[in-house]
Design a protein around this ligand. Sequence first.
Ligand code: ADP
Ligand code: MG
Length: 702
Amino acid sequence: MKATRATAELLSDRPVSALRGAGPKVVERLARLNIRSVQDLLLHLPSRYQDRTRLTPIGALRSGLEAVVEGTVEHCDVEMVPRRTLRATVRDDSGVLHLRFFHFGTALRARLRPGARVRCYGEPRNGFHGLEVIHPELTPIGGPEPVPMEQRLTPVYPVTEGLQQGTLRSLSEQAMDIYRSEGERVLPEGLSRAQLQRLRLPKLADALEGVHRPPATGWHDARVSTENSNVRRFVFEELLAHHLSLRRLRHRVQQRSATPLAGPPTLVDRFLGGLGFPLTGAQERVIREIQLDVSRAVPMMRLLQGDVGCGKTVVATAALLQAVANGRQAAFMAPTELLAEQHYRNLRAWLAPLEVSVVWLAGRLAAAERAQALNDVAEGCAGIVVGTHALFQEKVVFRDLALVVVDEQHRFGVHQRLALREKGRRSGRVPHQLIMTATPIPRTLAMAAYADLDVSVIDELPPGRSPVQTVVVPDRRRSEVIERVSQACRSGRQAYWVCTLIEESEALEAQAAEDAAQTLKEALPDLRIGLAHGRQKPAEREATMAEFKAGTLDVLVATTVIEVGVDVANASLMIIENAERLGLAQLHQLRGRVGRGTIESYCLLMYRGRLSDSARARLEVLRDSNDGFQIAQRDLQLRGPGEVLGIRQTGDLRFRVVDLARDQALLPEVRAVADELLEQHPESVETLLRRWIGDSDRYGEV
Ligand code: ADP
Ligand code: MG
């Protein structure tokens, strides 16, 4: 075994450029498909198959069904109108097929001279003269040697611009040839016979043949799907590898040490006692879970899930204080400046009586303030530091960072999680880490995306909250909607008017908000209307938000900058424009800005034009439910995991063959097999990680 594992031989280490036909251009285009090694070619599965194994009589052709026919050329002409076109007809005993070419040279015309015998492959369509094929693939068959038919189905691979299907097929065939002759030595199996049997999956060699070169017999479905056990084998493997890499990450972190934050919880108790409300049972339970975690010398890695408004900030603060009580530092990071500011203000108000110093560190601080903040952080006089990503820039040096809380994690990926962890790593210690998300993640998805974390759930809202009543209204009833705003404000409540992305442009969104504010001001001259959007100076926006919070503004017209965290209990009405364009999770998040007090609250989802069926279905999910978990599950079904996790931007969970929405049912089994491999077959773990994640290890340690 050892001698044959010389790494240079593995297909994962052989660049595609070693193959025939893979020049620099092709190599570059392959890289766009994430294909770099010979092994990558084998893992690039077809999206469907063509059946070129049998002949179809021309008379039996059906429009839209690709087929191979053979016949004799009857006519061949070039027409110039409406554009230069080569037309030919081919006849067999059963009928006539028309061929049409727009790009052709003399060679093709020679091949199609009347009387010649040809084999054609293509997709017939109903044309003006009857069935016709545009640009069929032609094989001359008139020669003395018979030209055999294909023995197996022809794979159709996903390609990219400038990369021909034929090129990919040829490269894939070469990769298969190498694998056939060199076998497991260059591409190890990875799963044991017993596991394969239990999972009812084929062994690697069979799966590869079956997926790249399937026999034509017994094939009913030309699509590649996981109902095919060969495909399922790859899907399972990739899920498994992904899961293993997160588990290994977790394992590695657990080998590191953290500062145990035990000690009497007096500071925390004083904080909780001063809040003015009792904790919910769920908050208490989660605070205990966290306290137990951080009391150990192993770094905590916990994900806290809780619906909008369930009171995660209080829980986070209790965790932060646990560090301070031990004479250490803690950091609280939020994805936007606005949200970070709000946390900062909350914490200052809560913690001033306890004489805990809180420092604000964001991108847009003035130079002198920034220098002062950095100094406080480095000297350790800042117990708690609140900010955005700016917290984790190189210049920021903590004296003794023992705990990090990240709010709204769905905007961060595994990489950021890692970078964060490394930040406080001084004298070999790693900070405890608490990650909070208000986008509830369906359980299976959490298993895939957060296998490196423990999970706590706050599944209870503070008492007295009444669910937000949600209504879906067309844009043309805008005047009634404006009347609703007027009523709410006249009865002493406040309202949000949210302008959402019309296109992916902050500028356009800001413009829409400005226009809406103008319209509202004209329609409701006696109301005080403020405006908040991402193009304003932070100070200006902050001032407006503060006024709204203080109740000196009746209506806040805003863009989605208010999506996360903004907390104004007196706001009882939210209008969301272009609601049909947003995802469920985001709408739920926005809607969570109302209904935060005990007053009856409403959310009006406005849409423009006619709603498509799917858009209507999505808005109805929201109308019918206030339960974030239920909404997330529906969102997953309707839009897929990338959207639900908000990971499209971060590049995590980018799979070769897996489609999480489709394949999530495999996850429980994946976890079980992972347990087994980690305990009993470390060499398989290596093989699978090398195959799917690569040597560099996508989430590798720094
Ligand atoms: P989220 O989980 O969405 O971040 P917040 O932490 O912003 O929620 O809390 C929402 C509101 O509920 C805040 O005003 C907070 O002070 C309040 N709150 C938190 N916990 C409780 C509780 N146990 N009882 C009453 N109000 C609470
Ligand atoms: Mg929050």
